[in-house]
Design a protein around this ligand. Sequence first.
Ligand SMILES: *Cc1c(COP(=O)(O)O)cnc(C)c1O
Length: 378
Amino acid sequence: MDLIRFNSPYVVGPEFDYMREAAADGHLSGDGQFTKRCHKMLEQKVGVDKALLTTSCTHALEMSALLLDLQPGDEVIVPSFTFVSTINAFVLFGAKPVFADIREDTLNIDERTLESLITPRTRAVVVVHYAGVGCEMDAIMDIARRHNIVVIEDNAHGLFATYKGRNLGTFGVMATQSFHETKNIQCGEGGALLINDTNFIERAEIIREKGTNRSRFFRGQVDKYTWVDVGSSYLPSELNAAFLCAQLEASDDIQAMRQRVWHYYSQNLQDWAADNEVRMPIVPPYCEQSYHMFYLLLPTLEHRTAFIDHLSDHKIKAVFHYLPLNASQKGQEMGGEPGQCPVTERVSDQLVRLPFYNTLDATTQDRIIECIQQFKVS
Ligand SMILES: *Cc1c(COP(=O)(O)O)cnc(C)c1O
């Protein structure tokens, strides 16, 4: 029996023609025709003022940290249940992390605890739409407005998902996307910064271009380009943009494939989950999710370990996810404490992600589902 992988990066088809086209054009560095096409598609499909491709979501988060002009001692609130980059990008530029716990249902930042974490030094809250299910944005935006703090969306999971009919990525002043090979739309390594406050656009272009006003120069707005601000090299090569362009053009098909995979798991595992005290994903009716992943919550860490081992014995790769940032080595150095985020710490032990990729077919899924059904929680 073949190994069933956890992830399998998808190729739509036109990626390599586009890459060849980019090479034939003689423009392989950043911001050529394919980057521009990607920007336009992201701006139109998501509905943001400006999209800028970056070399990763981590780098888009770093750009947003630079745009906030953080001062030493400024605090940034993040959910403890997220990828390291969500907070590391801000800590890198001097922020103090403040760890928020998550909701039991969506596993998103618990907006009911948010106000208690805000101090006069709070500058931003970075929300993560876990598994592409929207955070409670009405409450979060209201709290942020009242306390004069900015919201940044780490939307690595949530491209094309909506909250109450509005696209994720359009709520915060900025949002970040990932096109890492494990994400819905991918080019190996890549990302984007989405900007919803036009005041940030010009400086974002400068930061992305090594602190120079090169973008204005190329638009003919200045007659030479020079060093005008801090910055780094955050723009991807046209080869990556060409690959990504083919993926973005096929986004409707990709999302439909993932939707099928998600519902097949959901329908076929429901009875087994109910019989075995296993919790299935919860998607509020006003959230249209992005079908980024399918997870299960086993009753305990011991059950989760046995479950992953059982699947592994049958050559099926299932994996756990984030470790609580508040209890991590660096998190504790920065003021986090174990026990501070009890829901995160419990969920981190219980959660398992099933194999999930665009081309996962029903026959393969049947093998996974049958194997899961043999596993009994006792
Ligand atoms: C994948 C991911 C990132 C990092 O993305 P890169 O493009 O690899 O830098 C950041 N945040 C979240 C929530 C992610 O899932």
